[in-house]
Design a protein around this ligand. Structure first.
Ligand code: PMP
Length: 426
């Protein structure tokens, strides 16, 4: 039964039972309206209220400065955001260069053909997107940028595999990152779900300068959002799928700096992008369009926003000090599990380097009598028998992965730690 298991799956992840009970009722009959939440129009007032409350609760929980940032709900998953980040921030870069060139060439009187020629030359010489690749998900984002733009515009600023025998598991020292001048974006994944690698803190080399200028930083926080404090002001874009710490699969959140949301009319037109050989963003991935329509440019799953909203309300009820309260619990749970593994180095090998260990996805190998495959099979079988489920590592890397998301209670982490200890001793 649900009460007997602790589910450590990497996403979709377990959701709090009381949230699901409330949502189950809402699915049948929302607030006595006789109609379920998945049946009401997304244009109804109650749908708008659900969106606005979820946005406000997210902003409150994470201290998002709402004067400067817009929160939007989208639908194409973290994977859709790999593409959206490229389209939107290349568009913003072109818009800035276009404005600069027009003013260099005489403002209103500038000759259009000359502007386009100069802009094309600038795109060819200066357009760069920087990627810090520290695991499977940032690698996918990098590959998507290359696919959309071509390799000439995409700079692999750091590749963690080069310092760790071809495998992910360490974060290259910031001093070695090959950052471009005025990149259209600098991208990294804050927590690599498959590889168990998490940035211990915001990379200082990307911090804004004293005058407020600085790199345009984009981060994928799909698998660690809501688990620790985020210096939102350092980012131009943060995105995350809901299905780990926030809610059910089906909505993706983007927190976008408002200054990157100029009206579509002042963004590069499709005709101009075509002349520059750059891709035209699908309208559904255009942040400005989604933001201007309060996330309702098209039909949004209000049910999924509702679940996310209920999770946020529960977090706000549970932790008077908001994300700081959850952060302390997340660290405590992760420390308990890592300590159990470290106590038996003859049986367990933690995959990532200590300096980059994820608090959310704890990846390790199990070795007994010199045998990995057998030991891991037995580990999974015995764990499952005790109600500790979802522990199998990602198919691309194997091993064991305990996903320690917010819905894992402290007792769940303690139970796993006791099992890890007992299994090693047996
Ligand atoms: N980024 C990270 C860090 C992820 O963990 C995942 C999915 N596990 C994705 C992106 C892709 O998300 P989606 O499946 O929603 O496209």
């Amino acid at each position: 039964t649900r009460a007997e298991i602790t589910y450590f799956g990497a996403g979709p992840a377990a959701l709090p039972t009381d949230v699901l009970e409330t949502a189950a009722q809402a699915l049948l009959d929302y607030n006595g309206t006789g109609l379920g939440i998945a049946e009401h129009s997304h244009r109804s007032e109650l749908a708008t209220n659900i969106i606005n409350e979820a946005k406000a609760d997210l902003a409150s929980y994470l201290d998002i400065p709402t004067g400067d940032y817009e929160v939007v709900f989208m639908q194409a998953g973290g994977t859709g955001e790999f593409s959206a980040a490229v389209y939107n921030l290349v568009g913003a870069w072109v818009a800035r260069q276009h404005a600069a060139i027009v003013s260099e060439l005489g403002g209103d009187k500038a000759d259009e053909a000359a502007v386009v020629a100069a802009l094309r030359a600038r795109v060819e010489s200066d357009l760069k997107l920087d990627y810090i690749v520290t695991g499977g998900w940032s690698l996918k984002a990098y590959q998507e940028a290359v696919r959309l733009l071509g390799p000439e515009y995409v700079n692999l600023a750091a590749d963690a595999r080069t310092i760790n025998d071809g495998k992910f598991g360490k974060i290259p020292d910031q001093s070695t990152w090959k950052l471009s001048k005025d990149a259209a974006l600098v991208y990294y994944c804050d927590n690599e779900t498959v590889d168990g690698v998490e940035f211990p803190e915001f990379p200082s080399v990307l911090a804004p300068r004293a005058d407020g200028s600085g790199p345009i930083v984009v981060a994928d926080m799909s698998s660690n959002i809501l688990s620790r404090r985020v210096p939102v002001e350092n980012f131009s874009l943060i995105f995350f799928g809901a299905q780990k710490n926030l809610g059910s699969t089906g909505v993706t959140v983007a927190v976008v700096r408002k200054s990157l949301l100029p009206p579509v009319t002042s963004q590069p037109s499709p005709a101009l992008l075509r002349k520059l050989g750059l891709p035209i963003p699908p309208i559904i991935l255009q942040y400005e369009t989604i933001a201007r329509n309060n996330s309702l440019y098209n039909t949004l799953s209000i049910f999924d926003v509702y679940i996310a909203g209920q999770v946020l309300k529960k977090l706000l009820r549970t932790y008077p000090d908001k994300v700081d309260g959850q952060q302390a619990v997340s660290e405590k749970k992760a420390n308990i599990i890592y300590a159990a593994l470290e106590a038996h180095p003859e049986v367990y090998r933690i995959v990532p380097d200590k300096s980059a260990r994820s608090r959310m996805n704890i990846c390790f190998r199990v070795i007994k009598n010199g045998n990995i495959d057998e030991a891991e099979k037995t580990f999974l079988k015995e764990a499952t028998a005790q109600g500790l489920t979802g522990l199998k590592g990602h198919r691309s890397v194997g091993g064991i992965r305990a996903s320690n998301y917010n819905s894992i209670p402290l007792e769940g982490a303690e139970k796993l730690a006791r099992f890890i200890d007992a299994f090693a001793k047996a």
